[in-house]
Design a protein around this ligand. Structure first.
Ligand code: MRU
Length: 349
């Protein structure tokens, strides 16, 4: 079991994903501002993991504050939430997690500092456990879509490292293997930060799941050769109509999959749905430092200061998405109704 993030009595502990696969180093955080910086600098990354880290950051900020009197705590709590919410704009799990922590604060506000702090810690730990359970359930539903012997292409890292554990897209693959199916995975290297080559390959190898790393621009070649049976990716935000934001390059893979008649699946928890926005045009796309494009792991590969663009995500229109796998079941088009039915199972709307 990969320990992506953990709440401990002495702080929030995270595996530093910037250093993988060369080094396996755990950092311990005792200041919420450092947790925010860890999210921004991608010590921890992947939408569900970002959500859990933000929740733990809020709990940590309150636990360590000197402002224990309620009016001062109100101001400090807002500051903590604001700092954490400014880290990564695309992953909706970040905002979802902070909203959950706000609700706990509002519910316990009248009960005194110790009770507030304890309730926030409990909630953050609950989110961690719930995420692992959601991934297991997603795996159970999703693996039914994977044929025995499937050659699966994935992009970026939607594995244990991107979640509290087990993974979304990689969780589906793990569940297929647990169900006795033989699979092979193509992992796009995922420029600029190489989550596929560094993280997905590292995770799958640990589990003895056969994985072949390919450069991003090889995906079309292998599909054309008939060597890819399906694509599974994660998501950072899914709009009400099923339009899906995920790591830059996902859209290209989806278009290629359509051209070659390859099913394109998205695996994501309900916490990644943003039903408040009608379509992907409303999803904020994070722009990151152009140096991430000009350099690979700090080594320049382009002329110094050359103009470089670095949108971290793109939006795959819903018409390319064959199904969306969640912990409550598999949604198919029309997504307006199928996603709403999964998100609000009892309302019938
Ligand atoms: O920039 P990153 O590494 O945070 O991007 C991660 C992705 O795009 C993942 O596919 C997505 O967050 C889903 S993780 C289960």
């Amino acid at each position: 079991m990969i320990r992506t993030i953990e709440w401990t009595d002495s702080g929030v502990v995270m595996l530093d994903q910037r250093l993988l696969p060369a080094q396996e180093i755990y950092n311990s955080y005792t200041d919420y501002r450092d947790v925010a910086e860890a999210i921004r600098s991608m010590v921890i990354r992947g939408a569900p993991a970002i959500g859990v880290a933000a929740a733990m950051g809020v709990a940590l900020g309150v636990k360590m504050t000197g402002a224990k009197e309620i009016e001062k705590l109100d101001v400090e709590f807002d500051r903590i939430c604001a700092t954490l919410s400014k880290t990564r704009p695309t992953a909706v799990n970040l905002f979802w997690a902070i909203e959950r922590m706000r609700a706990v604060y509002a519910r316990t506000r009248s009960q005194g500092f110790e009770q507030i702090s304890k309730a926030l810690i409990d909630e953050a730990r609950r989110m961690h456990q719930e995420d692992i359970r959601a991934n297991r359930d997603m795996g159970r539903y999703g693996q039914e879509l994977i044929p025995d012997g499937a050659r699966i292409l994935t992009h970026c890292n939607a594995g244990a490292l991107a979640t509290a554990g087990f993974g979304t897209a990689l969780g589906v693959i793990r569940a297929a293997v647990e169900a006795g199916k033989k699979v092979q995975v193509f992992s796009d290297e995922t420029r600029p930060l190489l989550q596929g080559a560094r993280l997905t390959a590292w995770e799958l190898r640990r589990d003895n799941i056969p994985v072949t790393v390919i450069v991003d621009n090889m995906a079309g070649h292998f599909m054309q050769k008939g060597q890819v049976d399906c694509v599974i990716v994660g998501a950072d935000r899914i709009a009400a109509n099923g339009d899906t934001a995920n790591k830059i390059g996902t859209y290209t893979v989806a278009v290629l999959a359509r051209e070659h008649g390859v099913p394109f699946y998205v695996a994501a928890p309900i916490s990644t749905l943003d039903l408040s926005i009608p379509d992907g045009g409303h999803i904020p796309i994070e722009e990151r430092d152009p140096d991430e494009v000009r350099k690979i792991q700090g080594v320049p590969i382009a002329p110094e200061n050359i103009s470089a663009a670095n949108p971290a995500f793109d939006v795959t229109p819903h018409r390319y998405v064959s199904a969306i796998i969640t912990e409550r079941g598999v949604a198919r088009a029309p997504y307006e109704t199928s996603l709403r039915a999964l998100a609000y199972p009892l309302s019938g709307t």
